[in-house]
Design a protein around this ligand. Structure first.
Ligand code: ADP
Length: 283
């Protein structure tokens, strides 16, 4: 049997070392042996189009601005939008040892099905088990190297892939993204129940598209009705990590692939939360 790994943090999930102390009953998969990932954060939403990928991208940008190294595992295989937000159109490079992520301008490491498919507009019409298999391969066969935060952009809803990610990756916490027109209460409740079942901590909730800002007077306009975010967060005991308005700068930055240049301060509480997660000791 192999010796315990000399730099052991007792966090088997994010360590690829083959080691005598690994829990044999755990379904958590080891990452690639050359990956050293400190924290894994999942970003979830009830339905598509609420800004889950935007929040994933901005979380990685915040982490990088705080001086951490960050990566994004795009688990939204049938609707991958992460590479486009960063203006990445090149392909990922494979070696005998594994697949190398593509790095953005500020050094965020990305892996997405769009970095592998010949033609990024080809639809991915695969069934659940195949999608789940690709996601676990993105974890165990990608050479992530040293990454402080790996953000996982989940597919919308609480389906197969989410279940696989919760079982196979050592998730340190999830962030729930909602919008005011979403059926917020039901969606939050589902995510809360799923996380409780799988013993995954919830870091908090972010409301996107909370309001528009009048270009003439600066007044906040609740286009989709008054937010019930606070009421729902209180009901489930969740922290609110931010409210993001609808802003043309945001849609332009994600369409033009310049999300790293966007500098709104709507997610300052998220940055504080990420720092806290990093400071927590592994069990
Ligand atoms: P999801 O990952 O939930 O499907 P995305 O993050 O891909 O959603 O966002 C869907 C679209 O809406 C994208 O084109 C994005 O640029 C746009 N968008 C998201 N949030 C905002 C916002 N706050 N202001 C303006 N456009 C936004």
């Amino acid at each position: 049997m192999s010796e315990p790994y000399e730099n052991c943090t007792h966090d088997c999930g994010s360590c690829g070392a083959s080691c005598s102390q690994r829990d044999p009953g755990s379904m958590i998969q080891a990452p690639h042996p050359d990956s050293h990932i400190r924290k894994v954060i999942g970003i979830v939403s009830g339905k598509g189009g609420v800004g889950k990928s935007l929040v994933t991208a901005l979380s990685a940008v915040s982490a990088t601005r705080m001086g951490y190294s960050a990566g994004i595992l795009d688990a939204d295989i049938t609707g991958p939008s992460i590479p486009k937000m960063f203006g990445i159109h090149e392909k990922a490079f494979g070696t005998e040892d594994g697949l190398l992520p593509v790095e953005t301008r500020t050094g965020i490491k990305l892996m997405s099905i769009n970095l592998i498919l010949d033609n990024e507009s080809d639809p991915v019409a695969w069934r659940g088990p195949i999608l789940s298999g690709v996601v676990t391969q993105f974890w165990s066969e990608v050479i992530w190297g040293d990454v402080d935060y790996l953000f996982v952009d989940m597919p919308p809803g609480t389906g197969d892939v989410m279940l696989t990610v919760f079982q196979s990756l050592p998730i340190d916490g999830i962030i729930i993204v909602t919008s005011p027109q979403d059926l917020v209460r039901m969606i939050v409740e589902k995510a809360v129940n799923m996380a409780a079942k799988m013993d995954v901590p919830i870091l908090g909730v972010i409301e996107n598209m909370s309001y528009a800002i009048c270009p003439d007077c600066g007044k906040k306009l609740p286009l989709f009705g008054e937010s019930r975010l606070k009421e729902i967060a209180d009901r489930f005991g969740l922290d609110v990590l931010g409210q993001i308005p609808i802003l043309p700068e945001i849609s332009n930055a994600s369409d033009d692939g310049t999300i790293e240049e966007y500098s709104g301060d709507y997610l300052d509480d998220l940055s504080i939360c990420l720092k806290k997660v990093m400071d927590q000791k592994a069990d």
